[in-house]
Design a protein around this ligand. Structure first.
Ligand code: ATP
Ligand code: MG
Length: 336
């Protein structure tokens, strides 16, 4: 039997995961795990506010693992990996940093946007090494596919470039990985901003209790041009309807709400209440599974330990190829 193709993807442990992570990434991962050999990475080296809030990063490692289990990622099938416990990542990052031109980082639109978030605070050197580390993460298991949200595609382009340069100059070690965007390339925030994100404070978390979900949906940004329920409203680009499209499986209800909204015969309150109901129905089983695992943190720990161990062995095998390609085996010469 032909070996399964490999997938590597990851998330930075900055806190619990939200609907954007689900729609842009996790949903896709759950479907892929049966067909591919998957590594899911908790990228704790790459949290940019590391120096500021290390306690939050430590805690978030568990939050991420719980959310993964809650949405149905299966640690018996796939490896859950803690990045920093595989020091080979750091080594490969250093070698690969020679193959990534600074100009390519400067042109990367995702990095440009992130850079602006620093504002007047000084930018740590790690901000420039983290994209190289992401390249190293993907190349380490010699992954073929990288399922991510749309914002990560520029990073995968960098990875392909580095793989090409390395392979050309030394030896064919790395497959050129392909990005794979899910059903929802980029989920908007509840405030209507282009991306749901923790740092923008516009997220609904997978672990939010029903009352919190209701309240967040009630406060959602909707059609600002509509003053009364009898005004014809805009459905396109309206976050409330975008979420209906993604999370409400009752297509008839959604079609009916859209039609009445356009005509001006349904209020925002009803549209939002129906969305809150759909979201809570979607989140109920996730919250339930999360609570079950949260009561057994020993199992969560064992899943991370086993996955990290498997991935470390694979990393060591890749590093042996890299050492050979770079001709680092100095001490194998002149042996007595
Ligand atoms: P946050 O800003 O909330 O911390 P993030 O973008 O920093 O989220 P990452 O760990 O960088 O989170 O990304 C994990 C994965 O989730 C990536 O594949 C990313 O593309 C995806 N993702 C995150 N937010 C969204 C979103 N709003 N829509 C679609 N995909 C998303
Ligand atoms: Mg993040």
């Amino acid at each position: 039997m032909e070996a399964k193709k490999r997938i590597l993807t990851g998330i930075r442990p900055t806190g619990p995961l939200h609907l954007g992570h689900y729609a842009g990434a996790l949903e896709n991962w759950v479907g892929l795990q049966t067909r591919y050999d998957c590594c899911f990475l908790i990228a704790d080296y790459q949290v940019s506010d590391y120096a500021d809030d290390i306690a939050r990063v430590r805690e978030a490692v568990w939050e991420v693992a719980l959310d993964w289990l809650a949405v149905g990622l299966d640690p018996d099938r796939s490896s859950f990996v803690i990045e920093s416990l595989i020091p080979e990542h750091a080594e490969l990052t250093l070698w690969l940093s020679w193959f990534l031109p600074l100009g390519m980082l400067e042109r990367n639109p995702t990095l440009k946007a992130e850079m602006e978030e620093f504002g007047r605070r000084s930018v740590p050197v790690a901000f420039f090494t983290y994209p190289v580390m992401q390249v190293a993460n993907i190349l380490m298991p010699r992954a073929h596919l990288v399922p991510v949200g749309e914002d990560q595609l520029p990073h995968i382009e960098l990875t392909r470039e580095v793989a090409r340069r390395f392979n050309r100059q030394f030896k064919e070690v790395f497959p050129e990985p392909e990005g794979l965007v899910g059903r929802v390339p980029r989920l908007v925030g509840i405030d209507g901003q282009a991306k749901m994100s923790k740092s923008l404070n516009n997220a609904i978390y997978l672990k939010d209790p029903p009352a919190v979900v209701n309240e967040k949906v009630r406060s959602m940004y909707t059609d600002p041009t509509r003053l009364r329920a009898s005004d014809p409203g805009h459905v396109e680009g309206n976050p409330v309807f975008l979420y209906h499209d993604v999370f409400n499986p009752n297509r008839e209800e959604v079609a009916d709400l859209k039609e009445r909204y356009r005509r001006g015969s349904v209020g925002d309150v009803e549209v939002k209440q129906k969305l809150a109901t759909a979201l809570n129905a979607f989140l109920d089983p996730i919250r339930e599974r999360r609570a079950r695992f949260a009561a057994k943190m020993g199992l969560v720990r064992d899943a991370l330990a086993a996955g990290t161990d498997r991935a470390r062995k694979a990393a060591q095998a890749t590093m042996a190829l890299v050492h050979e390609a770079l001709d680092l085996r100095y001490l194998e010469k002149f042996r007595g």
